[in-house]
Design a protein around this ligand. Structure first.
Ligand code: HDD
Length: 705
């Protein structure tokens, strides 16, 4: 038995297993055959200026390996980033499932999570409008369980046979491969208008959920209804949810487009830096559990992946905690080669007849065979189970195991009958009773495409509705065929008349004169991003400073924010240090020209007359403040720093501190008239404003940004 195949039961063992593959930093350069190499900068030539000779095996090997460095990118979810961590159940679910990792609260199960965008290529920007993948590999003692979900709880289509159609429609158009990583084009919306089952998901896609501030602030959903099966063989239906401890927060459209240029790795960097700094992201695993006998109790079909179970009907019960605490060592080896498969389930978790789920069961293994070049990809460290693996699979490309057993078949006597069939703890498919005719048909219970789209719309706060309308206007405004624009407006009129009219008015289509379907008026508060939990942990704060800045103000803001888990950067006119009031210096973390307000969550302007005068005369600094204001971000100013706010074209209606009232907090703008360091009041109000994420009730329309 190869050492790789021995049973390993905890995260430390997994780490040791990965260490095997690390390169020895003390080691000297060799070829792949282990032959020492003393010059890798010059090829072997006939004379110093002569032709290169084919005999140079180091040259040939180096170039050949390079030529073969790429593997096919994922056909969807090509761009992603991942991290290791662990999961622990917080209560035993033994009543519902025999999956050990959900029953034993003392067990820490290692995980690898990969977050992704769907439509773009590997090199596309992170912040595009798109669904985000949220795929989790649990290395459990009973084998690998992959929860391959998204950050939205529903999907575009009801039957997997339509997946290639949908993906072809949303990907760049075939003649010119434009646009990259964007749904704002004709083929996607053509598909949407002809396939109304997409409408509920399109409401999610047009909402702020498609523009997450951070992977750390994103919900995850298993989407399908799965089954849990307990020791006694009894089954319940279940929906899986991940709820981020930091709350669900998003960017806004103007911002994401700018971030895509300023920092295309925005979400990837955020995850990496947070873990690197020990600000480990955490999620609660929550389950919606439905007894089997309630299968028909809803006005939608539990097997329909375009439907949610509203949390007000079946609460999402927290049952465990996920923590991501280690960045991968090698992007390709781990994040690129990780292979998820919906079919990887452990005893106690099982499938339902959701037709989208059923098609996925085929697709994932199939795609890994192509992408990772054969059936032995489970031997790659990131894919290897910690559970013992023994079977009669043999050979194939990239086989790394040296199997010594003579018999590679069952039954056998030559290898003592090994491996013996499992008895205890074997996976046994839930013996669901099924009966029916073979038909290529869809159930009538899947026919309602609008009610839950309406539920989503009704549940949005006013600012969320505004963003949805703007998104539809932008996307459809990029569609060149008018019949497609009209077709979509027609569907929106089934969702909500007001929505349809507003979208139509923005895209030059005649607004529908009356509703086709009356809005049912129901809502589900759990769907809104208003009133989310929030914190300063992992938030990025810009401190705008120049020569003559008040060192007391900088220190009194920066230190407590960092202590609370925020990242705080002094942004100066140039790198290096700034002479400050009081004689000392303030170190600059980033020069103004290398950053922008869009890569920060909040801005603060310390006092210091000379500093504020320099910043007020600098268009880029004024722009940082104006743009942060426009994007609803918290802004703080101390002493003379308030003058920079006055220089930015935005103050209409906002109350600022002056000599008489000392301290004012208005719509996320926190100002303290006196200098000499931030007061406790200022810090409290400013951190509170950061935790609230954004402040929408500002008169920001006239602010250019
Ligand atoms: Fe899928 C990748 C999530 C429907 C076929 N899918 C993929 C990934 C995620 C999802 C997160 C990236 C995994 C990673 O990080 O490596 N997919 C979903 C969800 C779906 C869904 C939540 C609906 C509920 N997918 C779906 C269908 C099919 C596929 C219906 C095909 C019938 N998905 C694939 C794939 C991918 C994939 C082609 C591309 C790369 C890969 O699998 O490993 O097989």
């Amino acid at each position: 038995m190869s050492p790789l195949r021995r049973s390993r039961h905890d995260a430390q063992d997994k780490q040791r297993q990965l260490d095997r593959y690390r390169v020895d930093p003390e080691g000297r350069l060799t070829t792949d055959q282990g032959i020492p190499v003393d010059d890798t900068d010059n090829s072997v030539k006939v004379g110093e200026r002569g032709p290169t000779i084919m005999e140079d095996f180091h040259l040939r090997e180096k170039i050949t390996h390079f030529d073969h460095e790429r593997i096919p990118e994922r056909v969807v979810h090509a761009r992603g980033s991942g991290a290791y961590g662990h999961f622990r159940a917080t209560e035993s679910l033994a009543e519902y499932t025999k999956a050990e990792f959900l029953c034993d609260t003392s067990l820490e199960t290692p995980v690898f999570v990969r977050f992704s965008t769907v439509a773009g290529s590997r090199g596309s920007a992170d912040t595009v409008r798109d669904v985000r993948g949220f795929a989790t590999k649990f290395y459990t003692r009973q084998g690998n369980f992959d929860l391959v979900g998204n950050n939205m709880p529903v999907f575009f289509i009801q039957d997997g046979v339509k997946f290639p159609d949908f993906v072809h429609a949303v990907k760049p158009e075939p003649h010119n491969e434009i646009p990259q990583a964007s749904s704002a084009h004709d083929t996607l919306w053509d598909f949407v208008q002809l396939q109304p089952e997409t409408i509920h998901m399109m409401m999610w896609l047009m909402s702020d959920r498609a523009l997450p501030r951070s992977f750390r602030m994103m919900q995850g959903f298993g989407v399908h209804t799965f089954r849990l099966v307990n020791d006694a063989g009894r089954s319940v239906f279940v929906k899986f949810h991940w709820k981020p401890r930091l709350g669900v927060h998003s960017l806004i459209w103007d911002e994401v487009q700018k971030v895509a240029g300023r920092d295309p790795d925005f979400n990837r960097r955020d995850l990496w830096e947070s873990i690197d700094a020990g600000r480990y992201p955490e999620w609660d695993l929550c389950l919606q559990i439905v007894p089997e006998e309630d299968e028909q109790a809803f006005d939608f079909d539990l097997l329909d992946p375009t439907k949610i179970i509203p949390e007000e009907m079946v609460p999402a019960r927290p049952v465990g905690r996920l923590v991501l605490d280690r960045n991968p060592d090698n992007f390709f080896a781990e994040t690129e080669q990780v292979a998820f498969h919906l079919g990887n389930v452990v005893p106690g978790i099982d499938f339902t007849d959701d037709p989208l789920l059923q098609a996925r069961l085929f697709s994932y293994l199939d795609t890994q065979l192509l992408r990772l070049g054969g059936p032995n990809f489970t031997q790659l460290p990131v894919n290897q189970p910690v559970a013992e693996v023994r079977n009669h699979h043999r050979d194939g490309p990239h086989q790394t195991l040296i199997e010594t057993a003579r018999a590679a078949y069952h039954p056998n006597s030559l290898s003592g009958g090994c491996p013996a069939l499992a008895d205890e703890g074997a996976f046994r498919h839930y013996p669901e009773r099924v009966q029916g005719h073979k038909v290529r048909k869809r159930s009538e219970t899947f026919a309602d495409h609008y009610s839950q789209a309406t539920l989503f719309w009704n549940s949005m706060a006013d600012w969320e509705k505004e963003h949805i309308v703007d998104a539809f206007r932008f996307e459809l405004g990029n569609v060149t065929h008018w019949h497609i624009r009209k077709g979509v407006v027609g569907h929106l009129n089934h969702v909500d008349h007001d929505l349809a009219v507003k979208v139509a008015e923005g895209i030059g289509v005649a607004p529908p004169d009356r509703p086709v379907t009356l809005n049912h008026g129901r809502s589900s508060p759990a769907l809104s991003q208003a009133d989310q939990p929030g914190s300063v942990v992992g938030r990025k704060i810009a401190v705008l400073a120049a020569e003559g800045v008040s060192a007391d103000d900088v220190r009194s803001v920066k230190e407590p924010l960092i202590d609370q888990g925020a990242f705080c950067h002094v942004i100066g006119p140039h790198d290096g240090s700034l002479p400050s009031t009081g004689g000392g210096v303030v170190e600059v973390d980033r020069a103004l020209r290398t950053v922008s307000s869009v890569v920060y969550d909040a801005v603060v302007i310390p006092g210091g007359r000379t500093s504020v005068d320099i910043l007020t005369g600098c268009g880029d600094a004024v722009h940082v403040v104006a743009e942060a204001f426009k994007h609803g971000k918290p802004i703080g100013a101390i002493g003379e720093g308030i003058d920079l706010l006055k220089a930015a074209p935005m103050l209409e209606g906002v109350r600022l501190a002056d000599r008489h009232d000392g301290e004012v907090a208005d719509t996320g703008v926190v100002t303290q008239a006196a200098g000499g360091g931030a007061t406790r009041w200022f810090l409290h109000e400013f951190t509170d404003a950061i935790a609230k994420h954004r402040h929408w009730d500002r008169a920001k329309e006239r602010v250019p940004a």
